[in-house]
Ligand binder design. Structure first.
Ligand code: CP
Ligand code: NVA
Length: 310
């Protein structure tokens, strides 16, 4: 079968068709089950990783993943490279394309990553930007698939900031036919352009998209309950102000009882217990956060196989 994803860049989830997205999840499950079958699959391949924001999971899971597939990683940050001294993105993209086989980047600007991908002749993977976090969604949907046995028809409720995670849930969920219900405080809703993409996807997949300011309503009968930090990387200066605004959006037992009895709680981590989620929920029996974090490894190995192996 022809791999339609070979050589592609993944900036957000709009680059993937539904069948490509599901093929990554399917491969992630297979890679997790029998990692030895994929041991040398990317032998000799090099992944460059650029970090302009902190990371634990993305940093370690990508590096471990490429090593497990037989390749190697080079970890960079903008400060120690010429990027930090203003070298044009175009030149960086062209030069790096001559050295390595793919670039994973975590940074602020989506526009910068888009330019990097446009100028590079190798795949560029978004490892988190201000507007998107596609790799996290792959791991989250793998986790949901493992626990619920399906993605289509699942109701996913996301409570909190209309941030990069919210945008990626909107795009990915609507693509595979999940109902996505987001409740955010007024003024912190997801960006309209990503809601519109999701609505368009939803017309094709038959899913429902709801955006509101009412967390109680949003979690009703949800299969999956998700939240994220109230102040993302880059928003730290607003931490105190946001803590006030988001108070009623904490995922706690009062809210969770509205969800289905067998609901699953997810959080991309790092989390702040007592802020966006109460400790009893994140550390309780419904929480699958460590399975979710582990799946970053398997999902990204699957993604690299699809993008980097003909
Ligand atoms: N969830 C996630 O991307 O974690 P890191 O910031 O640790 O990479
Ligand atoms: N929304 C968070 C996710 C961290 C993995 C942030 O951007 O900081």
């Amino acid at each position: 079968m022809i791999n339609t994803m070979y050589g592609k860049s993944i900036l957000d989830l709009t680059e993937l068709t539904k069948s490509e997205f599901l093929a990554i999840i399917e491969l992630a499950v297979a890679v997790k089950k029998k990692p030895e079958d994929y041991k040398g699959a990317l032998a000799g391949k090099i992944l460059a990783m650029i970090f302009e924001k902190n990371s634990t999971r993305t940093r370690v899971s990508f590096e471990a993943g490429i090593i497990q597939l037989g390749g190697q990683a080079i970890v960079l940050d903008s400060k120690s490279t010429q990027m930090g001294r203003g070298e044009p993105i175009k030149d960086t993209a062209k030069v790096m394309s001559g050295y390595v086989d793919a670039i994973m980047i975590r940074t602020f600007s989506d526009q910068m990553v888009a330019e990097l991908a446009k100028e590079a002749t190798i795949p560029v993977i978004n490892g988190l930007t201000d507007h998107h976090h596609p790799c996290q969604i792959l791991a989250d949907f793998q986790t949901i698939y493992e626990i619920k046995g399906k993605l289509e028809g699942i109701k996913l409720a996301y409570i909190g900031d209309g941030n990069n995670m919210a945008h990626s849930f909107l795009i990915g969920g609507s693509l595979v036919g999940m109902d996505i219900s987001i409740a955010a405080p007024k003024g912190y809703e997801p960006k309209q352009e990503f809601i519109e993409i999701a609505q368009k996807n939803a017309e094709a997949s038959g899913s429902k998209i709801e955006i509101s300011n009412d967390p109680m309503q949003a979690v009703k009968e949800a299969d999956v309950l998700i939240t994220d930090v109230w102040a993302s990387m880059g928003d730290e200066a607003e931490q105190a102000e946001r803590a006030e605004v988001f108070k009623a959006f904490q995922v706690n037992n009062r809210l969770a009882v509205q969800a289905k009895q067998d609901y699953t709680f997810l959080h991309c981590l790092p989390a702040h217990r007592g802020e966006e989620v109460s400790a009893d929920i994140i550390d309780g029996g419904h929480s699958a956060i460590y399975q979710e974090a582990e799946n970053r490894l398997h999902a990204q190995k699957a993604l690299m196989l699809k993008l980097m192996k003909e």
